[in-house]
Design a binder for this molecule. Structure first.
Ligand code: MN3
Length: 212
C-alpha cells in the first residue's frame, strides 16, 4: 500500500486569520501531495513499497543508497505534514489556549513556564536558517525543544536529524508555510501559530510517547 495524502481535518479556511485558506490549499494540495507522490515514485518496485511513513523515516539506514535521499526528503515531508495538520484546530474551537494536565506540568518543569516554552520554541523556529521545522519532543520521558533542517524529523535519530526523541508538536518554518500572508515575517507567523495549536492532540501524543 503506497503512501496516501490524508485529507485536512478541517476546511482550508478554518485556521484564518492566522493561516490563510490559500496557503493551506497550496501547502496541503500541492506541497504535501508532491512529497507523497515523490516518495511513492522512489519506493515503487522496491521491497520497501509497503512500508508506512514512520517506518521509513525511522529506518533510513536500511534503504538502498540510491533512494535514501529521496525517501529522507519526501517520506520525511509526508510524515511531518500529516502530523502538522493534526496539530492544529480552528482558534477557539480546539485551537489555541494552553496545555492542561500532565503535559502542562511537564512544560513548567522543563521550561519554567508556558511562556518560557513558547520563547524557546519560537527561537528554535526563527533560528533555523533556510527551511525546516521547530519541534517539541519527548526524549527519555523529558520534554526538549529543537529544530531540524529541510524535512528531517527527530524520528530519524540524532545522527541523521541533529536531534532525536519523539516529536509531539512541530511547526513548519518553510517559507511555503507562511509567505503569502506573512512574507518575510517568520517571527509573526510563529507568534500567530499558537492561536491554532491543538493542545488536546499534543497532550495525547505526550502520553503515548511516555512523557512524564
Ligand atoms: Mn510544508
Amino acid at each position: 500500500m503506497a503512501l496516501t495524502l490524508p485529507p485536512l481535518p478541517y476546511p482550508a479556511a478554518a485556521l484564518e486569520p492566522h493561516i490563510d485558506a490559500r496557503t493551506m490549499e497550496i501547502h496541503h494540495g500541492k506541497h504535501h501531495n508532491a512529497y507523497v507522490t515523490n516518495a511513492n515514485k522512489a519506493l515503487e518496485g522496491t521491497q520497501f513499497a509497503d512500508w508506512q511513513g514512520e517506518q521509513l523515516v525511522r529506518h533510513l539506514d536500511q534503504l538502498p543508497e540510491a533512494i535514501r535521499g529521496a525517501v529522507r526528503n519526501n517520506a520525511g515531508g509526508h510524515v511531518n505534514h500529516a502530523m502538522f495538520w493534526e496539530s492544529m484546530a480552528p482558534a477557539g474551537s480546539g485551537g489555541g489556549g494552553e496545555p492542561t494536565g500532565p503535559l502542562a506540568a511537564a512544560i513548567t518543569t522543563a521550561f519554567g513556564s508556558f511562556a518560557g516554552f513558547k520563547d524557546k520554541f519560537e527561537a528554535a523556529g526563527t533560528g533555523r536558517f533556510g527551511s525546516g521545522w521547530a519541534w517539541l519532543c519527548v526524549n527519555d520521558g523529558k520534554l526538549e525543544v529543537c529544530s531540524t533542517a529541510n524535512q528531517d524529523t527527530p524520528l530519524m535519530g540524532k545522527a541523521v536529524a541533529g536531534c532525536g526523541g519523539t516529536p509531539i508538536l512541530g511547526c513548519d518554518v518553510w517559507e511555503h508555510a507562511y509567505y503569502l500572508h506573512y512574507q518575510n515575517r517568520r517571527p509573526d507567523y510563529l507568534k500567530a501559530w499558537w492561536n491554532v495549536v491543538n493542545w488536546r492532540k499534543v497532550g495525547e501524543r505526550f502520553a503515548s510517547a511516555g512523557g512524564r
